[in-house]
Design a protein around this ligand. Structure first.
Ligand SMILES: Nc1ncnc2c1ncn2[C@@H]1O[C@H](COP(=O)(O)OP(=O)(O)OP(=O)(O)O)[C@@H](O)[C@H]1O
Length: 607
């Protein structure tokens, strides 16, 4: 079990200061987001920074003037009214500036949050599937994604800090002018609480970071426990208490650690803060004595005690903000780590992909184990996929069919052996171009909560406006039947998340997903269990069309239905990652091996 002490594994003070090195880069990002807003914000803050000293100074002038006028026989109040007028103008200006700062902060924050979300989405596109499936990497992505609001707060906090510093310099100048020793008293009283704050912020970060995996679990439990997609199963299986119990256990442990830290931080903070209060009253007494001795005026007294009090507040604010800034800057590191992640440049491989495929693909002694696992999912697989050939992959669950597809698509690198296209290892081709060769529908295809048209067009988003192409694709995949039943046709919003969304049945969704495969004029079509949710008639029709429409295309079909599989030119049978058989339906039936056995089993089920 972790304790607050065991979280000390990260360097504290030094680590906190080091995190600040990301701030300039952060500000460069904000500057690039919107220069005008950024400059306007800085200008308003610069002006606002001088308002406190100006107000205190005018206050001092007013009091001294009143004292003077009271002592005179003949009063002249013109200067006094001028000072009061100046104070009024300052008060109005301060209000205007604060509003302008609030406005530009908000607008800039929104723009920055949008821009950084887009940066994260774009970066995720360049990341390989194997990186995305790596839990450490996934944590980094999660942290980068979740900290968007924190980065927006960091922006306004840092800008406020700049304003605060300028304001303090002006107040310090005033103090030095009258009584420099007040300043020493002030600084000495505030330093211990500053160190305390920094120390605890670093620990809080370590705690949050070391709990990333658990917080991910909490998010997941929250999601499955209260979600329309899972509600049916959660209710019927009665697992709500199980989920709530698991949530409670993990969240309690985190809460206890966090609580222990918070209590310690608050207790230490209270003691150190007392020093600050004492120092203020010490200074106050000293100023009063100087006024009584006739060294300072009554106006000086209000100016100095006001300045001292304000400075104390500012300094405290400065240190508190400083710790919050360093805390958030630590998270900034996660964000920049993610942004800077070295990804394979998809355009790095210089070989262009051949326009026409003549030789086809050759798989040679291919073996593969998933990263971090010692167990081979594929072992020594060799075969040829000829151009225009329709091949089916068959095998029991977990035999490695989808994994073989992932290797064809270059989502992973083989552990040994290779796949070649036209005699060249596929890893040598330009990755983007290479992947464009394929039109793929995965068994766990995604149901986008977009409109019907967009759902089909994701197969080739450049053709979003090409209604003819979308309609033809829908026709081929039988999605047109689904569209004709929708009130708004292609413009119908799908899913239940958004207003007027229409949920489709499993088979209807599958037809929509299939249409995506026809959107692109891909050379190689891969359908991974594309018809699992279709009824028998629809499946037969879909495949008849598929075979007819893709005569010149190379294709791979994964299916557990042998009525579909037998339509393929050749069938590749995998058993526990090894190639067991390869041949036409007739050849394999004659072979009387695994294929014939599985085929007979299924056929018997229909008799
Ligand atoms: N991302 C992954 N990381 C680690 N192991 C994985 C991953 N994906 C799949 N596996 C493992 O690889 C093996 C083969 O999985 P694969 O999905 O290729 O099987 P399949 O033949 O397509 O099965 P099915 O018919 O059930 O879809 C399985 O044992 C699975 O646990």
């Amino acid at each position: 079990m972790r304790t607050p002490e065991s979280i000390k594994d990260k360097p504290e003070l030094k680590g906190s200061f080091r995190a600040l090195r990301f701030i300039p880069r952060f500000f460069m990002e904000i500057w690039r987001t919107n220069r005008f807003l950024f400059l306007s914000n800085l200008l308003c803050r610069l002006l606002n920074a001088f308002v406190p000293i100006a107000l205190l100074w005018v206050g001092k002038l007013i009091i001294d003037e009143i004292v003077l006028q009271v002592s005179l026989d003949e009063t002249d109040l013109s200067a006094l009214w001028m000072y009061v007028g100046a104070e009024l103008v300052l008060a109005l200006l301060s209000d205007l500036l604060s509003r302008a700062i609030g406005l530009t902060d908000g607008l800039l924050g929104d723009l920055y949050a949008n821009a950084s979300s887009i940066i994260i989405i774009r970066k995720t596109k360049d990341i390989t599937i194997s990186q995305l499936e790596d839990p450490d990497f996934y944590d980094k992505l999660e942290r980068a994604r979740q900290q968007t609001t924190s980065r927006v707060n960091l922006m306004s906090e840092s800008l406020t800090q700049v304003e605060n510093i300028i304001s303090m310099i002006s107040l310090i100048a005033g103090l030095i002018y009258f009584e420099p020793w007040l300043l020493i008293l002030l600084v000495l009283s505030i330093i211990p609480s500053f160190i305390n704050e920094i120390k605890f912020s670093s620990r809080r970060y370590s705690l949050a970071r070391s709990w990333t995996a658990e917080r991910r679990e909490l998010d997941y439990l929250r999601y499955i426990g209260a979600n329309d997609q899972t509600a049916r199963e959660v209710k019927l299986f009665g697992i709500s208490d199980f989920i709530a119990g698991r949530f409670q256990k993990v969240s309690d442990e985190y809460y206890q650690l966090n609580k222990a830290l918070a209590i310690r931080q608050t207790s230490f903070g209270a003691v150190f803060n007392m020093l600050g209060v004492l120092s203020y009253y010490g200074a106050y007494v000293l100023i009063i004595l100087r006024v009584i001795a006739g060294v300072l005026t009554l106006g000086d007294l209000t100016f100095l005690s006001g300045s001292f009090n304000r400075l104390r507040g500012n300094l405290q604010g400065f240190f508190l903000r400083f710790t919050r800034i360093t805390e958030r800057a630590l998270y900034l590191r996660d964000y920049f780590d993610f942004i800077d992640l070295v990804v394979e440049d998809p355009s790095d491989q210089s070989l262009p992909v051949p326009k026409v495929i003549r030789e086809g693909f050759k798989v040679k002694n291919l073996s593969f184990a998933y990263p971090g696992s010692a167990q081979n999912v594929l072992t020594d697989v060799s075969f040829t996929l000829r151009p225009g050939e329709k091949m089916a992959f068959v095998g029991q669950n977990g035999a490695g069919k989808t994994t073989l597809i992932k290797l064809f698509l270059r989502f992973y690198e083989p552990t040994s052996g290779e796949i070649t296209l036209e005699g060249v290892n596929i890893s040598r081709y330009n990755r983007d171009q290479y992947q464009q060769l394929f039109g793929v529908i995965f068994q766990d295809f995604f149901k986008y909560e977009f409109t019907m048209r967009e759902n089909i067009a994701v197969g080739n988003i450049d053709e979003l406006e090409n209604m003819e192409r979308i309609e033809v694709a829908a026709e081929r995949s039988l999605a047109s039947e689904v569209i004709s039943e929708l009130e708004l046709g292609l413009d119908q919003q799908l899913g239940r998340r958004f207003a007027q969304g229409k949920e489709l049945s499993g088979g209807q969704w599958q037809k929509v997903a299939l249409a995506r495969a026809y959107m692109k004029d891909a050379n190689v079509l891969i359908l991974d269990e594309p018809t699992a949710a279709l009824d028998a008639k629809a499946e037969y029709e879909v495949f008849q069309r598929f075979i007819g429409l893709t005569q010149d295309k190379t294709s791979i079909i994964i299916s557990h239905r042998f009525s579909t599989v037998r339509m393929a030119d050749r069938i590749l049978v995998l058993r526990e990652g090894r190639l067991e058989e390869l041949g036409t339906h007739e050849e394999l039936m004659q072979n009387k091996g695994l294929y014939a056995e599985l085929f007979e089993l299924q056929a018997a089920g229909y008799r």
